[in-house]
Design a protein around this ligand. Sequence first.
Ligand code: NAP
Length: 319
Amino acid sequence: MKTYHIPQTELSVSRLAYGCMKIGGSWGPEPLTQAVKDAAAKAVVTAYEQGITLFDHADIYSRGKSEEAFADVWSIVPRDKIVVQSKCGIRFAGDPYPGAPHRFDFSYEHIVASVEGSLRRLRTDYLDVLLLHRPDALVEPEEVARAFDDLSAAGKVRYFGVSNHTAAQMALLRIHIDQPIVINQVQLSLLHHYLISEGVVANIAGKPAVYGEPGRTALATATLDYCRAHGILVQAWGPVASGQVLNPPADAAPHVKATAALVTQMAQEKGTTPEAIALAWLLRHPAGIQPIIGTTKPERIIASCQADAVTLARGEPLP
Ligand SMILES: NC(=O)c1ccc[n+]([C@@H]2O[C@H](COP(=O)([O-])OP(=O)(O)OC[C@H]3O[C@@H](n4cnc5c(N)ncnc54)[C@H](OP(=O)(O)O)[C@@H]3O)[C@@H](O)[C@H]2O)c1
C-alpha cells in the first residue's frame, strides 16, 4: 500500500489506517471472551496483511477491551513494523466515583494515568502517537504541556496529536506545547463532509451542500486548511459513515440513498468495490487525508484496501 510520511515525524504509514474501536466487543463490564479475541486478531492481521501499518485505539474503546484484545497480535505482528496510536481525555460517567458525570479531562493526572493504562493493556512499552480525544472545555494548555513533556521524557509516547479539534484549539495548544502536534483526527466522509464543504459554502445564504441535502450550517473553522498550513496529518474517522455510504438503511434520507447509489455505480464502472470509491474520495483530497477504516469484517477490510489502487479525477463521475 502507498504510504504517507507524517510531517514533523520520522513515521511513514500506510494511507489507510485501521480503527480498533469495535474489536473489543461490548462496552459493558463483562470480560473479553476468546471468540472476541479471535475475531479481533483476524481483523487486525487481515489489515496488516493488506499493508495497513497504523492502528488506532483509545483508552475508552470497549472500556479498554479493544486495546487488550489487540495485544494478542504481538506473536504475529512485530511491534516495530506498525504504528500504534491511542487517545485519552474522555471519562465515562461514574469514573472515578459514583455519580461523576461523563466528561472530558485533559488534566495532568488523567493524561498520564490514561497512557499508563493503554501501555499495560496493549502490552507495549510505548505509544507511537497519543491523541487528545475531544476538546476539554477546561483545558489548561500548560498542564497538557507538562504531561506531554513527562510522557516524552519517559519514552512512553513518541509523538502527540489531537482529535476533533478546531484550528483555534490547535493554535492555543501549540503556543504552550514544545512537541509538535502531528495529527488531527476528525469525522469526515461523503455524508459528513462539513470540514471540506465549509470553505465552499461559507457565507452563501441557504446554499445546500450536495444532492439537495437539507442545509446544515457550516462553522467555517478552517480546520483542514490549518492542518495543511502547519504540517498536521488529517485522519478521517467514520470514513464510510458507519456503512451508510455503502448500504443505506431503507428509511435513509434521499441524499444518503443518492450518494450510496452513485458510489455503487462508480464502483461498477471502475471495476472496484464501493468501499474503494468512498475511501478514494477522501484520498483524493490534496491535504493527504488518512481514512481510518472501522469494519471488523475481514472481507470488508480487503474491499476497503482496494482504495489504494483508485485515483479519482477532478469532476468525477466522468462521462
Ligand atoms: N476520534 C474520534 O472521536 C473517533 C470517533 C469514532 C471512531 N473513531 C476511530 O475511527 C475508526 C473508524 O470509525 P467508524 O467505525 O465510525 O468508521 P466506519 O468505517 O465509517 O464505520 C464502520 C462501521 O460501519 C459498518 N459497516 C462497514 N461497511 C458496511 C457495509 N457495507 N454495510 C453495513 N455496515 C457496514 C461496520 O460494521 P462491520 O464491522 O459489521 O463491518 C462498522 O460498524 C474507529 O475504529 C476508531 O478507531 C474515532
